[in-house]
Design a protein around this ligand. Sequence first.
Ligand SMILES: Cc1cc2nc3c(=O)[nH]c(=O)nc-3n(C[C@H](O)[C@H](O)[C@H](O)COP(=O)(O)OP(=O)(O)OC[C@H]3O[C@@H](n4cnc5c(N)ncnc54)[C@H](O)[C@@H]3O)c2cc1C
Ligand code: FES
Length: 267
Amino acid sequence: MGHFFMIKSNKIVEEHIVTRVENPSPGNYFITFQAPVDLPEIKPGNFAEIQVPDAPDVFLRRPFSFLDVDYEKRLVSFYIKVIGKGTKKLAALKVGDKTNLIYPLGNAYKIAEPNSKVLVVGGGSGIAPFILLGKAFRQNNIEATFLIGGRSKADVLLTKELEAFGKVLSTTEDGSMGEKGMVTHHSVFKPNNFTFDKVYTCGPDPMMKAVGDLATNAGIPCEASLENMMACGFGICLCCVTPTHEGNKRVCLEGPVFNVNYLKWHN
Ligand SMILES: Cc1cc2nc3c(=O)[nH]c(=O)nc-3n(C[C@H](O)[C@H](O)[C@H](O)COP(=O)(O)OP(=O)(O)OC[C@H]3O[C@@H](n4cnc5c(N)ncnc54)[C@H](O)[C@@H]3O)c2cc1C
Ligand code: FES
């Protein structure tokens, strides 16, 4: 009970209405909700716990990074990739449907120094926080390169939107878009090209580990946003912990964004 009021005091816990649903490729959805109240500040990397409506077999809320925010219209949008029961139900939401959201949760990416040069690497649903990151880069005059990896062209989303914030590169395993192969084999990682002040990554763990290694070996600081499975989403249940050099940390509270050298999975 105490925890509930603690959350209520500085977080939004409100029913939101669906205002837009897009389905850019099979299994991938962009869903926009309108909040009934003014939005709090939402930073790149923050996430929301979204209740899955009309799904008695999906008891727990599901965590999703913010894709975009419109403070004036009180709109928050999310990229939802269908992988199981909860995401399938959320993907079936229609304009006018309602569900309850809690946010903003978690920490945020630290924005690099103004006028610096950064690389942002993502795959799968990990690309969701990149629009808000791009907006923060633009505000700080940061030169950004986004590298998006996927199995094929249909998995490489948001390239048009990200072009507003920097250069966009891609890889696909079947060669249908960008360079053929895994994201970490892209030519941007060749020593002469890999000259960035900071690297950001979000996506499947093996990809983030590989990106973290490449950055660390090149002496470039790197932040990764983990997508561990979660239950409560605000630090109580401990089901999301990740081992770090300072003990186990809750990805939902001390994360989801960590410096890769802080994470034990990195070594
Ligand atoms: C901080 C954070 C931000 C996230 N942001 C996004 C986002 O922007 N867009 C998006 O599409 N997804 C995002 N995710 C992942 C998303 O929360 C899960 O895909 C979702 O909870 C799965 O729910 P489900 O009911 O569909 O799957 P379930 O039915 O619960 O699970 C289906 C299968 O997927 C596995 N699984 C479930 N969750 C995860 C996970 N997090 N990592 C690895 N395997 C998992 C299960 O073990 C099971 O095998 C994020 C996760 C976190 C922690
Ligand atoms: S999800 Fe409960 S502590 Fe992180």
